[in-house]
Every structure is written in C-alpha cells, then in structure tokens.
Design a protein around this ligand. Structure first.
Ligand code: UGA
Length: 432
C-alpha cells in the first residue's frame, strides 16, 4: 500500500531514504532548508556522491518531490521522518538542536495527526524529548513518536536500504507500529524488529560501536602479526569462518573514519556517562583508533628511513573509504596532516574526494592535488595507498617503475597483490 511520507533533511540519510521509499512505491516529499540543494534536486542533480542514486532518482521521479517548505509535506503526509544531522558537540555528545528544531516546526505547522519518526542517529531519550517538545508547542495536536534508525553505508547505500539485514522500529503505541509496518510492508516480516523507542535508539549506537570495535580489534591483531611474523590476512580469514565471529568488517587498515563510527562511539560513551555507566571497552576503541593514525604516519616515516627532508610521497586515496567523496574523519587526511606538519611533500590523488580535501588541507603548502594517478606518482620516493579504491588494484607497475625509479609501495589497505609487486621488483609493504 502506497503511503505519503515527508522527510525533513535531504542529506545523506534523508535523501537516500526518500529516494528508496519512492522506489518502494510511496509518495515522498523531501524537505531541506538549503535552497540550492532543493533546486539541484528538482533538476535531477544529486548533491552527494553515491553510486546509482542519480539514476534511481530519475526512475522514481513521479513519486518524489523536493521543497524548502515543510507545509508542502505536512499537508499530504501523516508520517514525518526527521533525518537531519546530529553533529558531535565539543564534549563528544550528539548535538540535538537540528532534530529538536525540526520537531518543533512539525508541531507548529501541523493540524492533523502526525507520526514523528527519527531516522537520524539520536541518543536514548530523544523520542521522549520530542514528545515533550511537541506537546508543549502544540497541545492540541494528536501525534505519536517513533524511532527508525538507518543502517545504510555510504557507497552501497541503495543496496543496504533495499536489502537490509533488519529494519528496526521503536514505537510507543499501536498506531505508530501500524503506520511503520505499512511503510515497510514490502519487506519480509521477519526483517522487522519491533521494540520500544529507547531500545531502538540504542540499537543503532550499539551496532556502530560493535563494528568499530571489530575493526579496532583486527587492526591491533595486524600490529601483533607484524611483530611476531604472522599473517593477518590468514588470521582474519580463519577467525571469520567461525560463525560466532563472522567474516565481515575484519579488514585491517589505517583506522576507521567517516561521519558515523567516530561520532557515534563518542556519543554512546557520553550517554553511558550521563547514566553513570562506564563503557571502558568502547573507550579503549576510541583511543586505539586515534593512536592508529599516528602509527600509520610512523610507518610512512620508517619507509622513508625516518628522513623526510626533500622526500616526496604519492598519497593514493583521500576519502575515508572507497566509493565516496566524504573525507570526514578520514584516516588518509589525518595521516596527511601529520606528515605535512613534519615537512614531507605530498602529491595526493583521489577519484572523488579532491575538492573536499583541498578545503581540509588548505593550510598546508607542501601538498599538490592530482586528478591523474600517474601524475601523483611521478618522481616520488614512496607510494602510499590510503583508500581502497578498486582502480588502484590495476596500477601499471612498469609505468610506476619508469616514473618513479626505486619507489616502494606502502599499502595501508592490503589492497594490492603483494606477490605481483615482488615479481615486478617493487619493494612492497602492507598492514600485518
Ligand atoms: C557505518 C555503518 O557501517 C552503517 O551501518 C551505518 O548506517 C552508518 O555507519 C551510519 O551510522 O550512518 P559508513 O560510515 O558509511 O557506515 O562506513 P563503513 O563502511 O561502515 O566504514 C566505516 C569505516 O570503517 C571506514 O573508514 C572503513 O574504511 C573502515 N573499515 C570498514 C575498516 O577499516 N575495515 C573494515 O573491515 C570495514
């Protein structure tokens, strides 16, 4: 059954969810305050980089509208999803001001029943806060609140939305459950996890914390493997075969980044502190990951024999992971900053993240941005792979040897085939 849905916030989560809801056959109105963004979306342009999203928007355009005016959504929908940002406050907690402002606006402008659903990642008790705020702002409004956290990943967001492992629905009453069940009616029933609101809110943080811990764990195992002469690839494969552990998210690398894990693990520690619970395991994941970037910068330095004077590296990859232009908390950027501070010269390449990186690294003079991989590699002392773009797997090794004779490759993503490098006579090192 087709529903009318309004989504406030056309950022990553809001936009992908809106377009995917439209794909499911619902009539969607996406709202954002940013007039330029809405104008672009009306023209079929996508302001973020996400594979397949532009094409999907074109496919579902009959089912989706974009507007800067919330009234356009409220007059046709009984369910309103809040998908605005919850950035990290100075103390590490989640800043709820955008979420609460959206809830207040819904209350001010609604005159018929609304189900107010948080899709943004929000701390426990946000549902309660929204409820109090809406009741206070518009005491006559009939409404219900719900939590429906999103688990999609950048780079494969459409597939994650359309083929989810689970759909979490936190509700306070039957009406909320009924509306959300209708919205997700096309998914197998067993995918729906229905809980109270607080549990739903916490499930999202717990999932991200567990995944971050898994990555932190394999990164530390990689360090240990290196020291004892073991092989982390085999170790990761073998422990992943145990179904209780699982093989996913066991790739060691330069540390996890992005707009979610770093922010959410800080936020959950803060939530716990407020309730006098110490999450010492997650606290150590935070410090382990922070230290990882320094360890990686140290690895680069030791590949250059500790002497950075008049040395140049090619940094391949700036995004926090492949298939995105996002550099928020990107380990590549943080490693670059460490090395640039120490005077190393960097020639950086990425397929999508150069514009964002230019802004982030604008205070450094000793970095050049190259849109061509081999322009970056030309005449360097070391090639460092920091993001796992598939295209780097097909580097032309003869060309590298010609352009940068004697250069070594340091692969911080364990992306390349080490044997191929050795056969080509290129010094190669990786993680673990
Ligand atoms: C993450 C979660 O995976 C999503 O389920 C969640 O919805 C999202 O956060 C969110 O909260 O919005 P995302 O930040 O897009 O998604 O990226 P991931 O694919 O999870 O990668 C996060 C970081 O971990 C990246 O820096 C990546 O390179 C790193 N990573 C991932 C590893 O170092 N090793 C791995 O094995 C996997």
């Amino acid at each position: 059954m087709s529903k009318n849905i309004t989504i406030i916030g056309s950022g990553y989560v809001g936009l992908v969810s809106g377009i995917c809801f439209a794909k499911l056959g619902h009539k969607v109105v996406c709202i954002d305050k940013d007039e330029n963004k809405i104008a672009a979306l009306k023209n079929g342009e996508i302001p973020i980089f996400e594979p397949g999203l532009k094409e999907l928007l074109e496919e579902v355009k009959e089912n989706i509208q974009f507007s800067t005016n919330l009234d356009d959504g409220l007059k046709v929908s009984d369910s309103v999803f809040i998908a605005v940002g919850t950035p990290q406050d100075e103390d590490g907690s989640a800043d709820l001001s955008y979420v609460l402002a959206a809830a207040e606006e819904i209350a001010q402008k609604s005159d018929s029943f609304k189900l107010i659903v948080t899709k943004s990642t929000v701390p426990v008790n946000t549902g309660e806060k929204i409820k109090n705020l809406v009741s206070k702002t518009n005491p006559n409004l009939e409404f219900s609140v719900a939590s429906n956290p999103e688990f999609l990943r950048e780079g494969c967001a459409i597939d994650d939305f359309i083929n989810p492992d689970r759909i979490v629905i936190g509700v306070e009453d039957e009406k909320g459950q009924e509306i959300l069940s209708e919205i997700y009616a096309k998914f197998p029933k067993e995918k729906l996890v229905i809980s109270d609101i607080k549990t739903a809110e916490l499930i999202k943080y717990a999932s991200n914390s567990f995944l971050a811990a898994k990555i932190g764990f394999i990164n530390e195992m990689a360090d240990l493997c290196e020291k004892v002469g073991a092989n982390v690839k085999s170790l990761s494969y073998a422990i992943g075969l145990d179904e209780r552990i699982g093989s996913k998210f066991l790739n060691p690398g330069p540390g996890f980044g992005g707009s979610c894990f770093p922010k959410d693990i800080n936020a959950i520690v803060n939530i716990a502190k407020e309730h006098e619970v110490k999450l010492s395991l997650i606290e150590s994941v935070i410090s382990s990951n922070a230290n990882r970037k320094l360890v990686m910068a140290g690895k680069v330095k030791s590949c250059l024999d500790g002497d950075l004077k008049n040395k140049k590296i090619a940094l391949l990859g700036l995004a926090f992971k492949a298939n995105t232009d996002d550099i928020r908390y990107s380990p590549a950027i943080e490693i670059a900053k460490e090395l640039l501070k120490d005077g190393l010269e960097i020639k950086a390449h990425d397929f999508e993240a150069i514009n964002n990186s230019k802004k982030a690294l604008q205070n450094f003079a000793n970095i050049e941005f190259c849109s061509d991989i081999y322009q970056a590699i030309n005449n360097v002392d070391l090639v460092v792979i920091a993001t796992e773009w598939e295209e780097y797997k097909d580097l032309d090794l003869d060309k590298i040897k010609n352009l940068a004779p004697g250069t070594a490759i340091l692969d911080l993503r364990n992306l390349l085939d080490g044997q191929k490098m050795v056969d080509a006579g290129i010094e190669y090192s990786c993680i673990g």
